[in-house]
Design a protein around this ligand. Sequence first.
Ligand code: SF4
Ligand code: SF4
Length: 472
Amino acid sequence: MKIKAQISMVMNLDKCIGCHTCSIACKNVWTNRQGAEYMYFNNVETKPGTGYPKHWENQAKWKGGWELKDGKLQLRSGSKSERLLKLFYHPEQPEMDDYYEPWTYDYESLLSSKRKKHQPVARPRSLITQKRMEIKWGPNWEDDLADGESVRQDINLKNMAGEITMEFHDLFMKYLPRVCNHCLNPACVAACPSGAIYKREEDGVVLVSQDGCRGWRHCIPACPYKKVYFNWKTNKAEKCIFCFPRLENGLPTICTDTCVGRLRYMGVLLYDMDKVKEAASEPEAGNIYHSVLDILLDPHDPAVIEAARKEGIPANWLEAAQHSPVYRLIKEWKIALPLHAEYRTLPMVWYVPPLSPITRRMEADVYLPEVHDMRIPLAYLAELFGAGNTGVVAQSLQKLLDMRLVMRCQETGEEIPQRLAEDVVVYKDMYRLLAIAKYKDRCNIPAGISAKSQDKLRELQGTCGYNCPGGC
Ligand code: SF4
Ligand code: SF4
């Protein structure tokens, strides 16, 4: 057993209001510069929809992630030699049109306009060519099902069993915020011919070394989530850095910090690195979720604690793992699920699937729908979060419904159903974390600079590692 620590995130989709504050906060901090105009390390898309970039989930087109060939894991983009042949011509690269052509407006025409009969207009201008342009697509074009045509092209609708008509009475939607998943088995790292992308030892954050990157761009199609971008100004790849300078100071990512819905949770997970390959090679895609759960370790188990100490995981990280909100949501309660586990990269950003609107039925008191009756079809959610396995999504939704039922009984004084009576404490805890948790309960990031250097400094100084005023 080789124990590693991973900073992980869970998003509770029930609470996302699609305000895009997270995307804008991230944009202002990390990609507000030339060459990065079109990049959104964090984007929020409406589902159903084709997303950003268009059709990112269509791996037949982009050849992203891993597949099993004769029982062995192989990058979908081909073997090492096949990929080397594509060094100078790589047909599976997304183009500007697949993202969008970024633009600004001629604001000056508003400010300097002479007095006229008609109101002056600020016309759009391309941020790439500086020429006037007509806007035909954007990173959020399908917001709230705005473009019916592209909504119908969502590949998850095609793959799911059972028909949906997209008629008004059948319509459903939800928001899906996305960042890099800082995967345990990252396809971007495996595809990089220069070794410039790496997974950090101490916290599992996946980064691109800007010095090492040679601009071969193999990471871009290899990432099945399309979360690596090419900077046309610097000729280097860039991606979400999980706000590592903030993490090193015990703070969550900026998207988490600014999230209006307070739906993001961050914390430490411990996992067995020796079993990562085995988990990613699970033959049944619908079972990958279970194999990932198996490699996540119980931070309260004395054997795990002992082994983690031997691996050099610092005490404050072990403590954070024991109070990790993401561990509770993922492993303890099993209500958070990975996005498209079938890509086999073992993502470390997970989602609590959304309950569809709970309505009041005239003839009954308050009506909680059955899992199978919800407005968002179970089969659709299973395409996103269960690799087609409706069972794992149903299990998560059922727990969320049961939690609501327990809390409703609590409020109204109704009797709690017998089948839930034993777990009332668990459901109350779940409610506290999902509904009313404070900042420090939602985010438990071990403070200090990167764990290894922090320990080294402690060793050197015999104190806390800071020799400046305020250090101990
Ligand atoms: S989601 Fe992030 S870590 Fe995973 S393959 Fe894509 S870029 Fe790499
Ligand atoms: S800030 Fe939060 S609520 Fe708003 S879109 Fe982003 S994830 Fe959703």
